[in-house]
Design a protein around this ligand. Structure first.
Ligand SMILES: Cc1ncc(COP(=O)(O)O)c(C=O)c1O
Length: 500
């Protein structure tokens, strides 16, 4: 369950529902439908309080009767609960025979597909978004690393903060990007996931609220939920341009103000899964709101180097806009180079890095030296490897977008400027059924509900662009075979009112 106590302002709700669709009469039904769709899409957070009827009527230039009728309909169908004095809160209707929201898809293909349909002979796994290594660049880096290794062999091999030369190389990259950084501000971890868990466990306690985007990176959600943190969601808009879109600053600021979460976990660069790239002004405004709320920002920059269709320079790292120690930046070699290199990092103040390093030693004394030396070599000359990876992503995006346009034209994919996947809006809330039927057709999918904490996002699937283009085209062909059947399967698992 999401633990937000956020209030959606009339202005934010009006912006989200858009202008009245004249074709959709009566207007109160249209308004109720838009609010319902917002909950299902994760853009309106469960538990959030709606504006009063009077505020929304004024904000949308509608009659109070119309808004009142929409709220009444939503209440009757179980989408809001109202208590005198505390307003109307968004919820999911109870399904017949079930008292709570549908479950969030759990981790891993076996979990996601909790059905026993056998996989075909040649399955295509679209549940993960990871590239193969840029083999030549990696071979060259390995050769360089082995020549560096002998220098370390005479010592004990434990480097609790990470190799000095790697910390310096990473610090130097931040400094060049406008965030002056010293090696003392970098802690090397075994990947960004390790960095995230370490930061969450060190900087918050069980029961603390953590603001997350909805949808977001599912394994981050797994870590938060497993650790007893309470995700407070802010819905993202579907980005319509490579830069900007995605975040509604006012909604993020209001959620920070009302929930005062301990941490905010954000993915500003090619957000996983929407691909949204946060523009500079939004970064500044969210940081200002986090400062006022006393919230620390965990900015996950794992995808930052993966721009393949962004004109001009990338917006600055959030670290470059931080005027205190509000931001902890998480980085990784996994996405830009190779997941088999278990090398990530945290950038923060030297004092916070010392605290994190002490906490890290409780479960993991230090990272592997050879992997870190390979990272040193790759970062000394990153362009050859990055060029290969960006070209792969551009080819994957092209192939997948082309195949979807040809074969499934009523599916609406994002067109990201970078990152590892497309976030695809289906023409109805049938992602779970599609995922189930796709297994039989030889495709493993990640349904939208995996990317939020509370079982919503049923109208979405994430499709990675990391596989070989021909395999992506084949995957779409297979999905085309089951899409219509999945869309028309009676939605027994959905609550009443879900499809209307
Ligand atoms: C946004 C994001 N953060 C973190 C990770 C985990 O990366 P790592 O392999 O560095 O642990 C991923 C991997 O998919 C990711 O997409």
């Amino acid at each position: 369950m999401s633990g937000t106590t956020a209030r959606v302002s009339a202005a934010a709700l009006a912006r989200y529902v858009g202008s009245v669709d004249a074709a959709e009469h009566p207007v109160y039904r249209w308004l109720a439908g838009r609010i319902r769709a917002g909950v299902l899409d994760g853009r309106l957070a469960l538990d959030a309080t709606l504006p009063s009827e009077r505020e929304l009527a004024t904000g949308m230039d509608l009659s109070r009767t119309t808004v009142g009728a929409a709220y009444t309909l939503l209440r009757e169908q179980g989408w809001i609960s109202s208590r005198r004095g505390s307003g109307s809160r968004l919820r999911l209707p109870d399904a017949p025979g079930r008292a709570t929201a549908p479950p969030r898809a759990p981790f891993g293909p076996a979990g996601i597909h909790g059905w026993d349909t056998p996989l075909g002979a040649d399955p295509i796994d679209l549940t993960t978004a990871c590239l193969p290594a840029p083999a030549d660049a990696l071979r060259t880096a390995l050769a360089g690393a082995t020549t560096r290794l002998p220098r370390y062999l005479a010592a004990d091999g434990y480097q609790p903060f990470g190799l000095r030369e790697l910390r310096e190389a990473i610090a130097e990259r931040y400094s060049r990007g406008g965030a002056p950084t010293t090696a003392e501000q970098i802690l090397i971890t075994n990947g960004a996931q390790h960095a995230l868990s370490l930061a969450v466990n060190t900087l918050s306690v069980v029961g603390d609220r953590v603001l997350v985007e909805c949808p977001t990176y599912p394994v981050a959600l797994d870590a938060l939920l497993a650790g007893g943190r309470v995700p407070t969601t802010v819905g993202l808009h579907l980005p319509t341009a490579p830069v900007g879109g995605g975040w509604d600053v006012e909604l993020v600021a209001a959620t920070l103000r009302h929930s005062t979460p301990r941490l905010a976990y954000l993915i500003p660069d090619f957000q996983n899964p929407t691909g949204a790239l946060m523009d500079t002004a939004t970064r500044e405004q969210i940081l200002a709101a986090a400062r006022s709320a006393g919230t620390l920002v965990l900015a996950d920059e794992s995808n930052r180097d993966l721009a393949f269709a962004v004109d001009g320079a990338m917006p600055p790292s959030m670290a470059a806009l931080d005027d205190g120690s509000r931001v902890l930046t998480l980085g990784s070699m996994s996405k830009a180079f190779w997941g088999g290199l278990r090398v990530g990092w945290i950038r923060s103040s030297p004092a916070s890095i010392r605290r994190l390093a002490r906490a890290r030693a409780l479960t993991d004394m230090a990272g592997p030296i050879l992997d870190q030396l390979i990272a040193v070599e790759l970062l000394a000359d990153p362009e050859p490897g990055l060029t290969v990876q960006r070209a792969r992503l551009a080819a994957g995006a092209d192939a997948l977008l082309g195949a979807l346009a040809r074969e499934l034209p009523d599916w609406r994919p994002t067109r990201p400027g970078g990152g590892l996947c497309l976030w695809v809006q289906l023409p109805g809330p049938f992602a779970a059924e599609l995922t189930r039927q796709a297994v039989g057709a030889g495709v493993q999918l990640a349904p939208g509900s995996r990317f939020g904490p509370d079982g919503t996002l049923e109208s979405f699937v994430r499709l990675p662009i990391t596989a070989d283009p021909a395999r992506l085209v084949e995957a779409v062909r297979r999905l085309t075979g089951v899409a219509a059947a999945a869309a028309s399967t009676p939605a027994a698992q959905f609550p009443a009112g879900w499809l209307t």
